[in-house]
Write a protein that binds this ligand. Structure first.
Ligand code: GAP
Length: 532
């Protein structure tokens, strides 16, 4: 929720506060945009491609910016994340119900929610290079030498943007042969430039002034047409958030279920945003999945306490699936800058390889959405609360999490390089609950039928309950390394002791590489105990 100052409605938090102000307060929220300058990010992207986690969409045609495909391991990891969230958010709670609403809904929903009118980012075009930028990610400053403005510099938002701008200013000073003292630069968002400055600010693409357009709003919703007619009445939108499907169905759930205040409705599903600058791999893409929950509370409830409870719940959940607490932070959006319908917003942030960024936004949306839908649809959104015998439109606390962004956080936290027996190894320290494969079953030799047969038997038994991987070829050390790299927590080796002596198998731990022998019963009990 801390993304775009101008964005409506999910950006309740940051409205009225320019990016420059937010950067001034919290430089930690800056992102590094070029993954090629980030070895850790490069290593993660490389591993994702090499081992079949994530591919660029339409790669055979040169790729398609902002879209990604999930390979055999990626789809398992993603599914495990969604299953863990659903189990803990819906199945293991009595106060939350699930929902699966359609991606395309009546355009009236997006008019009522404010998305048609205001779900936009400010963009700026470079007429010379045809490049397009987010105006709130393009920063500029006048270059002042001895109280005289000798020109302007511009930079794209980046961890090194201040140093880059300084270097450009010094270059400009040298180029112009200006003598005297260079005043400190004052970087501001392009959205804050005066119209008279547009012509003077150089394009980041060409380095020359005169080609940037004034900033203008760019609606992020993807349009499509529904039905046989192709006029404006056929226009519909791919949903930019799953939340509105919940608000639109809130009355259905109330009328058909046995919910009583406070209660929540959770949904996992695709969302689409025509991002101007998709970046940082799957961090900001144009097609992504969200896991959102709207928690409906009484207008008289202690919303501050409930907001805090949800922030803590979300944080603890992230820790429970393996994200280290030390990599998590909180970004509390300033009260005086919240829009009229938001009472409070806090983002849980994560230390991504390119900087600390929003992972999970938890907003108190008041009754804004339900009131809007009541007004636009003419249908009552009131609920009758038995306990107080009163009728009201509930208020809402909304924890909204992106699956793909969570997946990137999980990959970043799990990626590890260490040394085993003097050899470098890279491993993914996934929490067992979310690891794509829980166990690999490895017969010591593939050309010994009795070993292979016994290993197959054990493999089949494990497979009934847990995802298991069969690997019979290659030296055992290499097979261990392959499993380490894809984050399989345990390897089980079937050797001659298994078939000739005591029937025990070797269980190898991914993180410590320790090995111990267990009977088949002990092994199955161990796995059941570890994988709940
Ligand atoms: N209903 C509120 C809402 O959609 P948001 O902050 O715009 O709020 C919620 O989005 C979460 O969805 C974010 O915290 C982030 O995890 C994820 N998200 C948003 N835009 C994204 C994008 N373009 N690519 C990947 N994930 C995104």
């Amino acid at each position: 929720m801390g993304r775009v100052p101008t964005r409506f409605p999910a950006q309740a938090s940051a409205e009225g506060l320019t990016r420059t102000e937010r950067l001034g307060m919290k430089t930690r929220l800056m992102a590094k945009s070029k993954t090629s300058q980030n070895p850790l990010m490069d290593a993660i992207v490389g591993l994702c491609k090499r081992r079949g986690f994530i591919f660029q969409s339409s790669e055979i045609y040169g790729g398609y910016n902002g879209f990604f495909d999930f390979g055999p391991l990626g789809v398992e990891l993603k599914k495990n994340l969604k299953d863990a969230w659903w189990e803990d958010m819906v199945h293991r709670r009595d106060d939350i119900e699930g929902l699966d609403s359609s991606i395309i809904m009546s355009p009236k929903i997006w008019e009522a929610s404010g998305h048609v009118g205001g779900f936009s980012d400010p963009m700026v075009d470079c007429k010379a290079s045809k490049m397009r930028y987010r105006a709130d990610q393009l920063f500029y400053s006048p270059v002042i030498v001895d109280n005289t403005t000798i020109g302007y510099v511009s930079v794209l938002e980046d961890q090194s943007m201040e140093a880059d701008a300084q270097a450009s200013a010094e270059k400009l000073k040298r180029k112009q042969g200006a003598q005297g003292e260079l005043a400190p630069l004052a970087l501001k968002e392009y959205t804050e430039a005066n119209p008279s400055e547009y012509e003077l600010i150089p394009s980041p693409a060409t380095g020359e002034p005169g080609s940037l357009t004034p900033p203008r709003d760019f609606n992020l919703m993807f349009e499509t047409k529904v039905g046989a007619l192709s006029d404006s009445t056929a226009i519909a939108y791919l949903r930019p958030e799953t939340a509105q499907g919940i608000f639109a169905n809130y009355k259905n759930v109330v009328d058909t279920g046995r919910v009583k205040i406070p209660f929540g409705i959770a949904q996992i599903g695709k969302a689409f945003r025509n991002e101007i600058t998709p970046r940082n791999f799957i961090f900001r893409s144009r097609e992504f999945e969200q896991m959102e929950m709207e928690y409906f509370i009484s207008p008289d409830a202690d919303w501050k306490a409930m907001h805090r409870e949800w922030i803590d719940w979300c944080k603890n959940w992230l820790i429970s699936i393996g994200l280290p607490e030390s990599m998590l932070g909180e970004d509390v959006h300033p009260q005086d800058k919240l829009s009229h319908y938001s009472r409070g917003t806090t983002d849980i942030t994560f230390q991504f390889p390119f900087g600390e960024q929003e992972l999970w936004g938890i907003a108190c949306r008041g009754d804004f959405d339900l009131s809007q839908h009541q007004k636009h649809s003419g249908k009552s959104m009131e609920i009758f609360d038995e306990s107080t015998k009163s009728k009201f439109i509930p208020h809402v606390i909304e924890p909204a999490l992106g699956v793909d962004r969570l997946l990137l956080a999980v990959l970043s936290a799990a990626f590890t390089e260490d040394e085993v027996g003097g050899e470098k190894r890279s491993l993914m320290k996934f929490h067992p609950r979310i690891a794509p494969y829980k166990v690999a079953v490895l017969p010591l030799l593939k050309n010994k039928p009795e070993l292979v047969e016994r290993a197959r038997e054990i493999y089949r038994k494990i497979q009934r309950k847990h995802t298991a991987f069969w690997d019979a070829s290659g030296a055992i050390g290499r097979r261990y390394r392959r499993m380490d790299e894809i984050g399989t927590p345990w390897c089980i080796t079937i050797d001659f002791d298994t078939i000739e002596k005591d029937g025990t198998v070797t269980l190898r731990d991914r993180d410590t590489t320790e090995q111990r022998r267990l009977s088949e019963e002990e092994l199955l009990a161990f796995l059941d105990d570890q994988l709940f």
